[in-house]
Structures are given as structure tokens and as C-alpha cells.
Design a protein around this ligand. Structure first.
Ligand code: GCU
Length: 666
């Protein structure tokens, strides 16, 4: 027995497809049988079918196709496409590379695991091409084993400043590859202490080993880089990107690194952000910094992913002009077109920081000549710490579907990050991951739906949040219809419920400083982080209109006008863009204050109803899973009640306005 769960690769015995003759014979068309990815795919298929249906398939590899050189996003997507059909009494999986075959195999295993009929599923050729070329997880794991914003134990990559490569590493690769993930950054973006030495002899051997395992599952290895490595490990006194000595140091360093870790695909860089070093120190631009590294990495076919999370984190709360929401745009837009072609800018979905509700970053749809990646967070830093249930896929669907009006018909965020809108060379999506070494990997077993769902959604943007949730439950918990329905009824509304009992109408924050779990309405109100609600006795919200910070105008029309007007702005974001009196009437017909009261009371009641639903599953799901989620619900209800009562009391005391329904406010 392993000391960790197998999640959706649990391969429990299944009834459907028991007598399916086609599952006994597979052809991998276009596969090189010597390719380790193909070998792993065969092994997985054999293992899965044996466990689920007691079938031992015969697998034949036909036609060795030469995979395309993966020099850009289109080639990646072409290589990873797969087709499945029933042919000559067996199943044919065709692809241009081992990766495509692997994804095809996981498609078949999924069909069996969710108990759909294989014959029906593949009666007509099924063809799937990944939506995004790069589908990444970003680990914020530190080398001492801790995880920044980690809520599921310690790191399974590091302990005491050493890299761990073991059975779990391989199972991790299987798990995420099965969802469609093809790239992983294994260390925290805040690169400090031992992590700065990742690019030295101290860690090369282990990294090479890890990279090989990943490569066997089509996963590219990436490292977060310390921008000031020349100083921290090179003993130099500068990290100026235009300095000859600095450039020469990086040339030697990268030659060494790519030789020692041949599977390495590139680096992620957090520069000039929250105290991390960067090119600004030397009066250089973000483009100067990114391009210097990218030009050197290019000859190794590698890319530099440069984060846009650059803002002033030493603001004065008295200052109403500086607007943190503007910072990404103001820092990166002026150089659109200057970033070299193996640089990708990684942009958080919202302009602030992974709140439960934010508008879309205006860089998405602003930048037109730059490779872009979207960054979301499945680690629930501000959305419940994997204690509160918060299924995030509905939120990610909204983000992907957002119409940016950047020109042409393909102008949604999904179009931009798939590379379609601007014909970008590289693009994709990354999630700050929610994994740790807990038995169930994600703290709350139900948070596994976010890990599973992120990969699935990145691979197939067209899947619905419902489909993904159903797959997760059927594969990882139970195929019993009532159980499936009950858990879907818990997952699907959970994000909106969390939103209702926490901060209202897009304003965000109001969280306990530093930990970011639990309510503290004024926790950040007089702090330096640029995150304010500006509530007084008359009203609340931040004026980001043309009369305020002007942030609303950073969007393309008609979004700019929509956000700029309190009448047209969608209710759920109205306090993000406007400072409004408590008596302002929303589209819903409610006043701002009544909306606050109602949503908070309702959100708490709804959370209780979710917990009660879970209780009905006792004895119907695995005992360990049942107890884990039950314990989390207990904590969630305490949290939800605090949020409800503190927010309502705060605004009642500020405004003096009674709740129309006369409920208890403290
Ligand atoms: C948030 C988070 C930090 C993290 C940062 C980032 O601010 O709280 O822990 O380092 O985001 O994205 O870099």
C-alpha cells in the first residue's frame, strides 16, 4: 500500500465495457516503440485495463513517424494531437508523437474509468488537439520542504535542501500527464537561499534524473531563476542586463546548465516584484532583463517566462492616485513588441492577486505583439486554503471566455493564450498548484477537482465545468449516480457560495493579513500593499473610473465604457471600479448594503447546506475521504460564520442602515 492516494488513476474495477472485444487490441499509429513516452503509455494502458476490466491488451506500434521539431506552439499542438477510432476490431490511436499517443491512451482509460461505452465513444473518429500549447503547473515549493501558500503538507520535491526523486515523483508525473499537463516549474518563484543554487553542480544530478522522469510523460522541466544569480552565486557586484560581464556569466552558466540537465526547457522569472531583484535596479526595462536571458537560452531551444506581477508594494494608504491594479499594464504595455520571440509574459488572471472575483487583467487584450501566458492559482490562497470547498473551474471558464475586443473575431482570453489571435510563437496557461505531500495530495480531497480540472480545461477549453467535475468524481470517488450527483451539487456552486460569504461585489481582500485565510475587513486597509476598500459611513469601493485612477480606461471598448459607468458595470465587479453609496441600487434591484447583508447570510446558510449534503454520503464513499472532507467542512462553517458576522457587523456599524429582513447583526 502506498502512503498516498492514487486519485483519478485509482483504476477500480468497472462493470461497463467488460465484454468489449475492441479493448483487447490496440494499434498506436505513428508511434516509435522505442520512445520512452510510448513505452510508458503502453504500460499505463496495460495496468489500467488489467485493474479495471481484467483485460490484457495486445499493443502494436505501427509506422514510425518523425515528431515535428518542437520549436513553437503550433508544432507542440500538432505533436500532441491524437485521434482514436475503432478499426479492424481493435482501437487505433494515431498521433505525430509519443505525447499524442500518451494523451490518447489516457483518453481511453478515462472513458473506461467513467464507465462510458468505448464502442459508442469511438464509433466515429475522435480527434483532440490541445487548446493551449503550454499547460503548466507552477510549484511554489521551497527547498527546505515548505511550500509558499501550500495547504496540503510539505513539498514532495524537497526535504532539508535536497531534491527527492522517488516513486511519488513518477506517480505525480503520471497523474498530471493524464490530465494533459506538459510543463512544470518545480520551485518557488521567490528564489532564495538553496534554491539559488539549483543551477549549480550541487543539484544537477538530481535535476537531470527528475527531468528524465518528467520527459517520459511528456512533461517539460522548468526552473524558477534568481534574477540576481550573478551576484548571489556568481560573486559579481551587478545584475545589469546590459553589462558585458553579466552577459558573459550567463552564457557560461547556461551552457553548463543545459549540458547537465538536457531535458530542461527553460526558466520562470519573478523580477522587480515584492522585493525580488530585477532590471529596474539598473535603470533597465523588464524587456532588457527578459531578452538578455532569452537570447542566451535560445540556442538551447529554451524559453524565458517572465512574470508581470510587478507593482509597488510599499504604497502609502493615504495616496489615492497610485493604483496597484494599473501596475502590470503600466509596466509592461509600453514595451509591447520589444520582447524577443522566446520570451513569454506570464500574466495573472486579474490585476490584483487571485481574489475570488476580479476583472480580467487588461494586459490580456492589451498586448498584441508579445507572447502571453495566463497565470491562475489552484492553490486556494485567497479562496479557502483547501479547507473551504471552492471548485475553481467555473471561474477559469469565465476568464477564458472573456471577450477582450482586441480586434478580429478571435479575441477571447482563450483565443489569445492558444496563440490564435496574434499568431504568437508561444503561449499557454499556468496554474500555481495546490499539491503537497499529504496523503491525498491536495489537503481537502475535493480540492483534487481543481488539480484535475485545471489540466483537463487547459487541454480542452471546450469542456464544461460540469463535465470536468463529473469525470473527477467518477474517476476518483465513486461511479454511483447518487453519489456523483451529490458531489457535483457540492462542487459546482461552491465558488459562488465562497464569494457570497466573503468580500462583496469584486472589492476583494478583507482577509487576515499574511495568512490570507479568514476575515479581517480592515486587515489591509492601512497597509502598504495597495489593497483598499475605502469604506466610510457613506459608501465603499475604489474609484477606478476616468475621475479616479483611470484604470477602467485601460480596457478596449466597449469594455472600458462598461466598467467606467456604475450603471453599466456588472454588479459582481461594481465596487472594484466604483466608490458608491450604500444606498446605490444594483441591477439586481437591491441596494449595496442590502446585497452585502443578503449574500452574507445566504452564503453561510449555503455552506451549511453543502456540509449537510456531504454528511449524506457517509458509508457511500471511502471512509478516509469521507472523514477528510467532513473535517474540512467543520472548519469551513466556522470560517463562513466569522465572515458573515464580521462583514455584516462592520457595515452595519459603519452605515447605521438596518437589515430589511431584521436578521441578527452584532
Ligand atoms: C502573492 C502571494 C505571494 C507570492 C506572490 C507571487 O502575493 O501572497 O506569496 O509570492 O503572490 O505571485 O509572486
Amino acid at each position: 500500500m502506498k502512503d498516498y492516494a492514487q486519485l483519478w488513476l485509482d483504476y477500480k474495477e468497472k462493470r461497463e465495457n467488460k465484454d468489449c472485444e475492441e479493448l483487447k487490441r490496440f494499434t498506436f499509429s505513428g508511434a516509435d516503440k522505442e520512445d520512452v513516452i510510448v513505452k510508458n503509455a503502453s504500460a499505463e494502458l496495460t495496468r489500467g485495463l488489467a485493474a479495471m476490466l481484467s483485460i490484457e491488451p495486445v499493443i502494436v506500434c505501427a509506422d514510425t513517424a518523425v515528431p515535428l521539431e518542437e520549436t513553437d506552439g503550433e508544432a507542440i499542438r500538432d505533436n500532441e494531437e491524437y485521434r482514436i477510432c475503432i478499426k479492424d476490431g481493435g482501437i487505433d490511436i494515431a498521433a505525430k508523437s509519443g505525447k499524442g499517443i500518451l494523451y490518447g491512451v489516457f483518453d481511453v482509460l478515462r472513458t473506461v474509468a467513467v464507465e462510458k461505452s468505448v464502442k459508442a465513444e469511438y464509433a466515429e473518429e475522435k480527434r483532440v488537439r490541445p487548446s493551449e500549447p503550454l499547460r503548466m503547473l507552477n510549484h511554489w515549493d521551497n527547498m527546505d520542504g515548505s511550500i509558499e501558500r501550500g495547504y496540503s503538507g510539505e513539498s514532495f520535491f524537497y526535504e532539508d535542501n535536497e531534491i527527492i526523486v522517488d516513486e511519488r515523483t513518477k506517480d505525480y508525473a503520471r497523474l498530471i500527464a493524464s490530465t494533459g499537463i506538459n510543463a512544470v516549474v518545480i520551485n518557488n518563484v521567490n528564489v532564495k537561499q538553496a534554491a539559488s543554487y539549483m543551477i549549480t553542480d550541487r543539484y544537477f544530478a538530481k535535476l537531470a534524473e527528475l527531468g528524465e522522469i518528467f520527459a517520459g510523460y511528456g512533461i517539460g522541466l522548468f526552473l524558477s531563476l534568481n534574477y540576481a544569480s550573478t551576484i548571489e552565486i556568481g560573486g559579481m557586484d551587478s545584475a545589469d542586463p546590459l553589462d558585458e560581464g553579466v552577459i558573459a556569466w550567463w552564457k557560461d552558466k547556461m551552457a553548463e546548465v543545459f549540458k547537465k540537465i538536457p531535458t530542461l526547457k527553460g526558466f520562470l522569472v519573478k523580477a522587480d516584484s515584492e522585493g525580488r531583484p530585477g532590471p529596474f535596479t539598473y535603470g533597465r526595462t523588464q524587456a532588457d532583463g527578459a531578452n538578455m536571458l532569452a537570447d542566451i537560452a535560445k540556442q538551447y531551444g529554451a524559453i524565458i517566462i517572465w512574470r508581470c506581477f510587478v507593482y509597488n508594494c510599499r504604497q502609502d494608504w493615504r495616496d489615492r492616485k497610485t493604483d496597484r491594479a494599473r501596475a502590470g499594464y503600466d509596466n509592461f504595455m509600453p514595451m509591447d513588441g520589444d520582447y524577443h520571440d522566446n520570451v513569454i509574459l506570464q500574466i495573472k488572471n486579474g490585476p490584483m492577486d487571485f481574489q475570488i472575483r476580479e476583472p480580467i487583467s487588461p494586459l490580456l487584450g492589451g498586448l498584441k505583439k508579445t507572447n502571453q501566458m495566463l497565470e491562475v492559482q489552484i492553490a486556494q490562497e485567497y479562496t479557502g486554503h483547501q479547507i473551504d470547498v471552492c471548485y475553481l473551474i467555473p471561474m477559469f471558464k469565465e476568464i477564458l471566455g472573456f471577450k477582450t475586443y482586441c480586434g478580429g473575431s478571435k479575441d477571447s482570453v482563450a483565443d489569445i493564450i492558444s496563440g490564435e489571435t496574434f499568431g504568437s510563437r508561444y503561449s499557454g496557461i499556468a496554474a500555481v498548484t495546490n499539491t503537497g505531500n499529504d496523503f491525498n495530495w491536495t489537503g481537502n480531497y475535493l480540492a483534487g477537482a481543481n488539480l484535475y480540472g485545471f489540466g483537463r480545461l487547459a487541454f480542452e477549453n471546450g469542456l464544461s465545468a460540469e463535465q470536468i467535475a463529473e469525470e473527477f468524481v467518477r474517476m476518483s470517488i465513486s461511479g454511483d449516480k447518487e453519489v456523483v450527483d451529490t458531489i457535483m451539487e457540492i462542487l459546482l456552486p461552491s465558488r459562488e457560495i465562497y464569494e457570497r460569504y466573503t468580500s462583496p461585489l469584486g472589492i476583494g481582500w478583507m482577509v487576515t493579513p499574511a495568512t490570507h485565510y479568514g476575515c479581517s475587513v480592515d486587515g489591509y486597509e492601512y497597509d502598504r500593499w495597495g489593497t483598499y476598500h475605502r469604506a466610510d459611513h457613506l459608501g465603499i469601493g475604489v474609484d477606478r473610473t476616468d475621475k479616479g485612477t483611470g484604470y477602467a480606461l485601460l480596457y478596449n471598448e466597449p469594455n472600458a465604457s462598461m466598467y467606467n459607468s456604475p450603471e453599466d458595470c456588472p454588479d459582481e465587479l461594481v465596487l472594484f471600479f466604483h466608490h458608491l453609496p450604500y444606498t446605490h441600487k444594483l441591477h439586481s434591484g437591491k441596494t449595496v448594503i442590502q446585497h452585502i447583508y443578503d449574500t452574507h447570510f445566504e452564503g453561510y446558510e449555503e455552506a451549511k447546506a453543502l456540509a449537510a449534503k456531504w454528511d449524506t454520503l457517509k458509508g457511500r464513499v471511502d471512509e478516509e475521504i469521507f472523514e477528510n472532507v467532513k473535517e474540512r467542512f467543520g472548519l469551513q462553517l466556522v470560517n463562513a460564520r466569522e465572515w458573515c458576522d464580521q462583514v455584516n457587523s462592520y457595515f452595519y456599524r459603519k452605515s447605521g442602515i438596518e437589515d430589511e429582513k431584521g436578521r441578527q447583526i452584532w
